[in-house]
Design a binder for this molecule. Structure first.
Ligand SMILES: Nc1ncnc2c1ncn2[C@@H]1O[C@H](COP(=O)(O)OP(=O)(O)OP(=O)(O)O)[C@@H](O)[C@H]1O
Ligand SMILES: [Mg+2]
Length: 238
């Protein structure tokens, strides 16, 4: 009986294709309902493009997206390019919010549970740490309380994802590190990685518009083999 219920729950799990089949394969089909995915990488590696692309694909599967644009980087023109001829219908499935402070971001997260209906398939935060970094820049003394606040926001987001069976995609900024293994790490790395079920790292390559993606999931822990993607007008694709 338990096995049948488990099988039903698995088969009912929502899956949103990312638009990159190699990434989907690593993630177990795409963005999974109930799971939180962290995407980070250097500037202009296609993080926002990837997020918009996932929102477009979510609409194509018949579900709405909450797109929380903390960077002011969601340009309708970019969405139209990616969605192509379906952009009108797809646009109406994306609900955009633009917090201007970390407190406003916290209010959005606290209220998400009220807004979410069965029609919502995806929650996107692009970038979850930009308002945190702004607040940190004003007052370096408050790093402890800001980390606590960010941790609380991530915990709540992960909980909403799980209980509502909605996929979450969180974009992180990076900072340079002098580490033999990694050249960059996400800002507030421990907090973000702790709550993520899977992580995608986007790196530039020497070739223009070619991006290298590496994926780590909680289940495998090991980084995937490198996936090379092309960043262009239609988005980020193999
Ligand atoms: N219409 C387009 N045609 C071709 N390439 C485009 C187009 N729009 C954007 N790009 C490419 O995407 C890159 C920016 O991608 P995007 O904004 O998704 O990166 P990002 O990682 O979110 O950057 P940031 O770190 O600044 O937030 C541009 O540098 C450009 O190479
Ligand atoms: Mg961006």
């Amino acid at each position: 009986m338990l096995l049948i219920r488990l099988a039903c729950e698995i088969s009912l799990q929502r899956v949103i294709p990312t638009g990159c089949s190699s990434i989907d394969k690593q993630l177990g089909g795409g963005l999974l309902g109930g799971r939180l995915l962290l995407v980070y990488g250097e500037a202009e590696t296609g993080k926002t493009t990837f997020a918009i692309q996932c929102a477009v694909n979510c609409a194509k599967t018949g579900f709405k997206t909450f797109f929380i644009d903390c960077d002011g980087a969601f340009f309708p023109r970019r969405m139209v390019q990616i969605a192509a001829h379906e952009s009108k219908e797809i646009g109406s499935q994306i609900m955009l919010m633009k917090p201007e402070t970390l407190e406003q971001q916290a209010v959005i997260i606290d209220k998400l549970n009220e807004y979410i209906s069965k029609k919502v398939g995806l929650i996107i935060f692009d970038t979850i740490t930009s308002l945190y970094s702004e607040a940190l820049g004003d007052d370096k003394q408050s790093v402890f309380s800001l980390n606590r606040q960010l941790n609380r926001q991530m915990a709540y987001l992960a909980q909403i994802s799980r209980t509502q069976k909605v996929a979450s995609l969180v974009v992180g900024q990076v900072r340079s590190v002098m580490n033999k293994y990694d050249l960059v790490q996400p800002v507030a790395m421990r907090v973000l990685k702790y709550w993520a079920d899977a992580v995608i790292i986007l790196n530039p390559t020497t070739e223009a518009h070619v991006i290298k993606a590496t994926i780590k999931t909680r289940a495998t822990q090991k980084p995937s083999k490198q996936i090379f993607l092309k960043l262009g007008e239609k988005g980020l694709h193999e």
